[in-house]
Design a protein around this ligand. Structure first.
Ligand SMILES: [Zn+2]
Length: 326
């Protein structure tokens, strides 16, 4: 608001009071001062708001209406997709509810109002906190004889939620596209740890108890192949594991693939663009589905970890490996 606007407010307030008694004049002056104070606060909020939106083009609606406000609790501060830098316009079917570019504190404070990343943050932030706070209750520690394995499992199960929560919370950081890409890499790294460590847990044990050089080398193929091979080998003489874990392994991968497909297809928001910006779009569905996938991963891993503790060789009935297998 301009300075002339403020002076108009001040003179208007005094004129309304009129030349009556001293008490009336005092009350009028007080009221005018109060109005002036409110106006000044509003002006300073508008000024800060323009700084807040630095780096993001404010929508025409907001800039022309003059209602740009720091009131992040309302929808006024949220932007449309076309108002964002190009690197944040990755889903053409999510049209509204975007946060402006913010500094780190502003991104963090966006936890406390609703926008189109809120569900993404909650769906992976809650599992992250759950694992970090109740990790002691998640595994039968007393039944697992190899101490490092449950820790690897815990890191594997919490990593995707840590990476994803940080990515979604800070993706609109004002540092721009380079910062966004770093956060995206962090998100991918968390997923990679989960996908790899599950195989590594299994083949760490297999490698430690290999019966011949080929088996030992087979334990160090690519993580993706390890996961596929470990599931395939479970039913053979080369494999092992708790039979009850197999269904969890299959479900974990089926759900992960399903979630990946839903996210890539951008269904259902592509059928109703702009209608699912805040709730129930494909990324929200994918987040929930992959949480369920990792739940099955956890269930299967716990069964296998306990099974491994009762089998100090690859197969309980197998003869011990010959010496000098390498
Ligand atoms: Zn996500």
């Amino acid at each position: 608001m301009s300075g002339s606007g403020m002076s108009k407010h001040r003179s208007g307030g005094v004129a309304d009071a009129g030349p009556g008694s001293a008490a009336a004049a005092s009350a009028a002056a007080s009221a005018a001062e109060s109005k002036l104070r409110q106006r000044t606060v509003a002006d300073s909020r508008d000024q800060t708001c323009s700084q807040l939106h630095n780096g993001a083009v404010v929508s025409e609606d907001q800039s022309s209406s003059g209602q740009c406000s720091l009131d992040l609790w309302s929808k006024k501060a949220l932007l449309k997709r076309n108002d964002l830098p190009r690197h944040l316009q990755f889903n053409p079917y999510i049209e509204t509810g975007y946060r402006p570019l913010l500094d780190a504190w502003g991104c963090f404070m966006s936890l406390f109002y609703f926008h189109n990343e809120t569900i993404n943050i909650i769906t992976h932030g809650v599992p992250m906190l759950y694992i970090l706070l109740w990790w002691q209750t998640l595994l039968p520690w007393g039944e697992i004889s190899v101490p490092v394995l449950p820790w690897i499992h815990l890191v594997a199960t919490v990593s995707p939620w840590v990476g994803s929560t940080i990515y979604h919370l800070f993706m609109n950081h004002s540092a721009g596209e380079a910062c966004y890409k770093s956060l995206l890499h962090l998100d991918m790294f968390g997923i990679w740890i989960t996908q790899s460590f599950v195989g590594l847990v299994w083949f760490f044990f297999k490698a430690s108890h290999a019966r011949n050089p080929w088996e030992r080398r087979f334990c160090f193929t690519l993580p993706f192949l390890m996961r596929a091979a470990s599931a395939t080998l479970r039913g053979s003489a080369w494999g092992g594991g708790n039979p009850g874990a197999f269904k969890h392994i299959i479900l974990q991968d089926l759900l992960a693939v399903l979630g990946g497909f839903v996210g890539a297809l951008r269904v259902p928001e592509k059928w109703v663009p702009g209608r699912l910006d805040l709730l129930a779009n494909s990324h929200h569905i994918m987040h929930v589905v992959v949480v369920y996938a990792v739940y099955h991963l956890h269930q299967g891993a716990v069964l296998d970890l306990v099974w491994l503790s009762g089998n100090t060789t690859c197969l309980g009935t197998s003869p011990p490996p010959p010496p000098h297998v390498l």
